[in-house]
Design a protein around this ligand. Sequence first.
Ligand code: ZN
Length: 166
Amino acid sequence: MKFCPMCQLTLETIYIDEQPRTGCPDPACGFVFWDNPLPVVAAIVEHEGHIVLGRNAAWPREFYGLITGFVERNETVEQAVLREVNEELGLESEITQFIGHYPHFRKNELLIAFHVKAEGEIILSPELASIKHVHPADLVPWSSGTGDAVSDWMRKQGYAIPTVES
Ligand SMILES: [Zn+2]
């Protein structure tokens, strides 16, 4: 955000309680761009005894992760995670467990992770390049973002956590 949405002045770094923020230089306007983190839901999807990991078509490298997505207006996080699983994998699912919430500072997101059990035949959305089925005991949590949710879930299920990939 470059310009004040209230008065169109160029936004500058201003200090509020000694914290640098992006805001309107006109004190009479007082607009502050708080840049609050966006809530993102994440699902560990269990399907036929395995966990379904997806590779996003937009990701440059070979990386398989959880099914994730933004919460829409007038939607609970529970509705959002079930919708995302349906949109990305074509599966009906139900939430079995809330795993936790995790900060993702680099992307300015707040991750909210669930374990869901899904049924049906997988129909990939164009958002996903491919998927893979991994036995829960063979998951290797990654070191950023949703990887923490995977380790917490594995620990709760009693699986040993392998050395984290960097
Ligand atoms: Zn302004």
